[in-house]
Design a protein around this ligand. Sequence first.
Ligand code: SAH
Ligand code: SF4
Ligand code: F3S
Length: 447
Amino acid sequence: MTQSAPEKRLYIKTYGCQMNVYDSERMADVLRPLGYGVTNDPEGADLVVLNTCHIREKATEKVYSELGQIKLMKSRKAEAGGTMNVVVAGCVAQAEGAEIMRRQPAVDLVVGPQAYHQIPELIAKAHRATGERLSADFAPDEKFDALPADRQVTGVTAFLTVQEGCDKFCTFCVVPYTRGGEWSRPADAILAEARVLADKGVREVTLLGQNVNAYDGCEGGLAGLVRKLAKIDGVDRIRYTTSHPRDMDEALIAAHGELPELMPYLHLPVQAGSDKILKAMNRAHTAESYIRLIEKIRAARPDIAISGDLIVGFPGERDGDFEATMNLVREVGYAACFSFKYSRRPGTPASAMPGQVAEELKDERLQRLNALLGEQQQAFNESVVGRVAPVLIEKPGRHAGQIGGRSPWLQPVHIDGPESLIGRIVPVRIDAATRNSLSGSLVPETA
Ligand code: SAH
Ligand code: SF4
Ligand code: F3S
């Protein structure tokens, strides 16, 4: 009988967007055959991966402070005679790899978002990996081809990357520089991965892309892909994120009205409500065209929950521009919306624009905006109280005898019920709403 080697411990910390969440899972998948098992504690780990985000200054700074802690752990392990390899992956790695190496010598390897499939090879030769810097010229094909067909899944929902990169060059944003140009994954590979997920009990798939609705890897674009996915047995719910208003085509809007598998939730960032600011952002839409688009989508699927992203304090934003954002928000009525203070990113056009807004003014505006968004979220949640909605049961609840799931509109729902329902979509009467979640009770299923 051969004795298997003790499992090596892999710690992965993920920052940023859902695409990074997907990438982190896939990194664990490529490292598993090398004997790495995921741990929740970095202390004493054999391999530490920070999968980083460069979108705002704060996100980037968090990485450097975390690396300070990791460095101490690495020294402690070395004193005990062990080794800890430290890898920085993701968008900070792509954007400022050399800077990371300079600021934190404890880092062994820096690897961009399109090159992480090469980690095993470099780790296997760990002694040679010291100080290596791997970025990529943004050809995600190679990465996806190298990823194992199998995926470890832990729940009944999963992310699935279908598109990467961005050609839009909004003047505030680093993504086109860290993730490269728009690229769509071939439909066959996506369908194969979705089948693996469904076989493992996944009922809901969220398709990911920095500009997911720009997907053009099969006929009919994203709508065509969604229709193919909807046919897979077991894939009962489909979501996608993030979309750009410019790529929201008729076929996709129609799909929202026709496909029961396509969930009534759409994340469609607008960023601002002033046309002057939208132009300076290079968004290629106006406040008016965005609102018309929302009307069209609501005509196809009246109950759709609209979410978005907003930035306050973009250079040149005057009081009147900010009021235009508030007015747009009032007109749209968001179910949920993210809001950010503009963060100056080196190398982006907006960072060099005149009229940078004072931090206190950004704070003030953000507070007012968040108060409005909070009210809207509460109102949206209350609007479903009294309805019976199909809820996908995802996990045990916080208390014994409780289970938790999601409504079609992505709201978390707390229910009294047995854990045996996990993985099932059951009718739930929505009894009450708070700003962040719903509570409901099981409805006996009618045949
Ligand atoms: N591709 C997506 C998401 C990009 S990043 C999209 O276009 O919507 C997610 C959000 O971060 C953006 O929508 C934007 O609102 C915000 N963001 C990007 N760069 C930023 C910056 N420099 N400062 C503040 N917020 C920013
Ligand atoms: Fe960034 Fe704009 Fe591209 Fe979104 S569309 S990733 S905000 S450049
Ligand atoms: Fe951040 Fe990169 Fe995503 S910068 S938001 S992790 S694409």
